[in-house]
Design a protein around this ligand. Structure first.
Ligand SMILES: CC(C)(COP(=O)([O-])OP(=O)([O-])OC[C@H]1O[C@@H](n2cnc3c(N)ncnc32)[C@H](O)[C@@H]1OP(=O)([O-])[O-])[C@@H](O)C(=O)NCCC(=O)NCCSC(=O)C[C@@](C)(O)CC(=O)[O-]
Length: 305
């Protein structure tokens, strides 16, 4: 099996992880969480989201959080940006990278951003132009790339259509989201085969939710296909509140265990990462779902390969 030697972990916990949590996390705790993650060796952290605060009340303090984190050099601090109103706030707060987002399925796009796919494209194009004018990188999320809670299986052709549009706009990287964690490795392979016929592998990152326990299998298949960028969330927190049945992302610590064990370098330190997981677990007042944290609870420390 041909595998990459190095992989970049893109930590989305402070945004995707918290957006679906009912317990309100105080602004100073969000700041502390990002600061702990910054000490773990991660070099990409999605800090927050500049969507409408009424849609995601948990992240209404996006400007305050981004302005107060202790920035480390060599870390990209990114945030979700849905439109020009969001970009204004994000630039004011000092983002390094803007993450725009839309869905391959019409119904999820409508539920999540209140627009059709066709209505969304010009809004995102404006954001890309604005972000590029401010010298910011732009990442484009495509949600429901394998399955949609309202439409079922999504054919790769639909993902290709949206990918074409986002890359034409000048988006630097596409993150392919299995939003409700329905995908299995054969579907991931088919999707990537289709996309990689047209675009280089460097353009893509994978974003797996672990709803049905298939995320690590899907990541292993993606690694085999040359993908070197993966989104994950500490503790396995996360989920889109506007996708019925969506639960947590693959846990960063479980993914790190897999990659460490396979000899694939990430630069991330497990113990420091677990400090951040313990911190947010305490603030949320519940046990997180990751396998690594279950081992820590049972055995007192994480497994080391
Ligand atoms: C996109 C909108 C804003 C459209 O929401 P809308 O109501 O259609 O917005 P609008 O453009 O019609 O504007 C209505 C009012 O909202 C204001 N407004 C408009 N935008 C903003 C803004 N950014 N910040 C602050 N205020 C804003 C705007 O200024 C206006 O104010 P008024 O003039 O009436 O006083 C809304 O639908 C929204 O915020 N949706 C976000 C939902 C969300 O965050 N979902 C979760 C993230 S996506 C996800 O988790 C999936 C992902 C990325 O992780 C990958 C995967 O797993 O697949």
């Amino acid at each position: 099996m041909q595998l990459p030697k190095h992989v970049t972990l893109k930590e989305v916990g402070p945004r995707d992880g918290l957006q679906n949590e009912k317990v309100h996390i105080a602004t100073e705790d969000k700041i502390q969480l990002v600061n702990l993650l910054s000490q773990s060796g991660l070099n990409y952290i999605e800090v927050t989201s500049f969507v409408h605060p009424k849609w995601i009340p948990q992240l209404a303090d996006a400007v305050e959080v981004l302005q107060a984190i202790k920035r480390e050099k060599d870390i990209t601090y990114a945030a979700l940006v849905p439109n020009m109103r969001g970009l204004e706030r994000a630039l004011q707060a000092g983002i390094d990278e803007a993450s725009i987002f839309m869905s391959a399925s019409e119904s999820h796009n409508q539920k999540n951003i209140n627009k059709t796919i066709l209505e969304t494209l010009p809004i995102l194009k404006e954001v890309v132009i604005g972000a590029k004018a401010a010298n910011k990188h732009v990442r484009g999320y495509i949600s429901t790339v394998i399955g949609c809670p309202y439409e079922g299986y999504i054919h790769p052709e639909k993902v290709l259509q949206v990918t074409d549009k986002l890359l034409e706009m000048g988006v630097d990287e596409i993150s392919l989201g299995d939003t409700i964690g329905v995908g299995v490795p054969t579907q991931v392979e088919y999707l990537l085969e289709e996309l990689l016929k047209r675009y280089p592998v460097e353009k893509f990152a994978m974003h797996f939710h672990d709803t049905r326990g298939t995320a690590l299998a899907n990541i292993t298949k993606s690694l085999e296909m040359g993908i070197t960028k993966f989104d994950s969330s500490l503790g396995g927190l996360g989920g889109c509140p506007y996708a019925k049945g969506a639960t947590g992302n693959v846990a960063t610590e479980d993914l790190l265990y897999l990659l460490d064990g396979m000899g694939i370098a990430t630069g991330v330190n497990m113990e420091k990462l677990l400090d951040a997981v313990r911190f947010i677990e305490q603030k949320l007042g519940k046990d997180v779902a990751s396998k690594q944290m279950a081992i820590v609870r049972n055995e007192g420390s994480a497994n080391v390969t």
